[in-house]
Design a protein around this ligand. Structure first.
Ligand code: HEC
Length: 231
């Protein structure tokens, strides 16, 4: 029994091959692509604490070699990291990484209002909500003893806490602790001062403002009286 042979002229065969070649190629690429499929949630990497035969301790997590310091965390600058000189004295200047600017003070105000005002209140008087609910009342941040402290002291207290006050080094990064220390200087300059402490120009401005306020009050009272007399 002879199976019927398909006869094709070489030319016709050539033509057919030309037609189906791109399809074959596409099919091959498609098959290859399926073979390479990699779900994003299943990447060839080790996850934290996954078991692994690759490492001797059998888990993915490896302890860094002794003495390893993460990039940018070498605390070799005592001024910036600890607010102290090499010999351990509190510094009276900002570190070189931080400089006085309006931006610094605004940042300090924002961070102070978040992290310190709950106890020290927004003026530094020490009547924050936690204190009003029974926590120990701190002394005003503008008392003379604290005004005389070097700026490193405020950085140090924010970093390590003081007495019953907790440390804030975990919640507040270094730059922000310096910003807060700087802002405490603003509170000290603006709160608890007597009029005579102000520069002459500001004294006069304050007096003018007070006078205008009293006049406005008197005018309002007089207006009220006029009104009352009418009835
Ligand atoms: C949970 C309440 C609380 C918070 C929040 C708090 N403090 Fe205090 N702080 C205190 C108390 C209470 C004292 C007094 C501690 C004592 O006498 O035991 C104090 C004392 C201080 C002192 C004075 C230390 C001295 O020599 O008398 C400074 C400066 C100070 N805090 C800065 C800060 C700064 C900066 C922050 C924000 C990063 C802050 N505090 C956040 C409660 C707080």
């Amino acid at each position: 029994m002879n199976s019927p042979e398909i006869k094709m002229s070489p030319k016709a065969l050539d033509k057919t091959m030309h037609r189906i070649a791109p399809c074959l190629l596409l099919l091959a690429v498609a098959l290859l692509a399926i073979g390479c499929r990699q779900d994003m949630q299943d990447q060839p990497k080790l996850e934290a604490f996954e078991t692994s035969d690759f490492f001797r301790n059998g888990v993915s997590n490896q302890v860094p070699p002794a003495g390893t310091v993460a990039r940018g965390l070498l605390k070799d600058d005592a001024h910036f990291w600890f607010g102290r000189t090499e010999s351990g004295q509190l510094v009276s200047e900002l570190p070189e990484q931080v400089s006085w600017s309006m931006e610094l003070l605004l940042r300090g105000q924002e961070r102070y209002d978040i992290y310190c005002a709950p106890c020290h209140d927004t003026t530094g008087a020490g009547r924050g909500m936690i204190v009003r609910r029974g926590f120990k009342q701190p002394q005003p941040l503008w008392e003379d003893r604290l005004v005389d402290m070097p700026i490193g002291y405020f950085y140090d207290v924010a970093t390590n806490g003081f007495g019953i006050m907790p440390a804030y080094r975990i919640q507040v990064p270094e730059e922000d602790r310096w910003a807060i220390a700087s802002y405490i200087r603003v509170l000290q300059a603006s709160q608890g001062r007597v009029l005579e402490d102000l520069p002459a120009g500001l004294q006069q401005e304050f007096e003018r403002g007070m006078k205008a306020q009293e006049e406005a009050k008197a005018a309002a009272a007089a207006h009220h009286d006029d009104h009352g007399a009418g009835h």
